[in-house]
Ligand binder design. Structure first.
Ligand SMILES: [Zn+2]
Length: 154
C-alpha cells in the first residue's frame, strides 16, 4: 500500500491574485447556481482560481442524509487538482442561490488549509467582495503532522 503523501507543503509567500480572473470566476459561479439552484440539490456554487488565471467550478451536493452532503469548495478543489495539479490555487470564492458571496464553512477552511494554504478567500463586502488570506481566517489550522507527532510516519 502506498503511504498517503499528506497535503502539499505550504508555500513561502502568497502568490499574486489576478482580480480579473476572480471576477470571471464570480460570473461563472453565479451562472452555475442560477442554472442549477432551482433543483434544490445545489445551494452553493464555488470556484477556485489558479495561478495561471484559470478557474475550476464546484457545486454543492445535498444528500438525503444531511451529513453526507458535500460543499461546493471541495468539489472545485478536486477539479483543480485533477486538471492543474502543478498550479497553485490562489483564490477561492462561493455564492449562494441568491448569487451572494458566502465565506467558506469551517470544514472548507480546513480543506483549503490542506490544499491551498496560500489562497485568498472572498468575503462579502458592501458592493462586492474582498479577498483575505486564508491564514487570516485560519491562523492555527490543523496540520496532519500534529496527528502523528514529530518524527512519525503516517
Ligand atoms: Zn463548506
Amino acid at each position: 500500500m502506498t503511504p498517503h503523501p499528506g497535503p502539499p507543503a505550504p508555500q513561502a509567500a502568497a502568490p499574486p491574485v489576478d482580480r480579473a480572473a476572480v471576477d470571471r470566476a464570480l460570473a461563472a459561479v453565479r451562472a452555475v447556481i442560477a442554472a442549477r439552484g432551482a433543483e434544490r440539490r445545489h445551494h452553493v456554487a464555488a470556484a477556485v482560481i489558479t495561478a495561471d488565471g484559470r478557474h475550476f467550478l464546484g457545486i454543492s451536493l445535498e444528500s438525503a442524509l444531511g451529513w453526507a452532503s458535500i460543499c461546493a469548495e471541495p468539489v472545485a478543489i478536486g477539479r483543480a487538482l485533477l486538471d492543474a495539479p502543478a498550479v497553485a490555487i490562489t483564490a477561492c470564492l462561493a455564492v449562494n442561490r441568491a448569487g451572494e458571496i458566502v465565506p467558506p464553512c469551517s470544514r472548507c477552511r480546513e480543506t483549503l488549509a490542506d490544499f491551498a494554504p496560500s489562497a485568498r478567500v472572498a468575503l462579502p463586502e458592501a458592493g462586492g467582495y474582498r479577498l483575505v488570506p486564508l491564514t487570516d481566517l485560519m491562523p492555527h489550522a490543523y496540520k496532519a503532522a500534529l496527528r502523528f507527532g514529530a518524527g512519525r510516519q503516517e
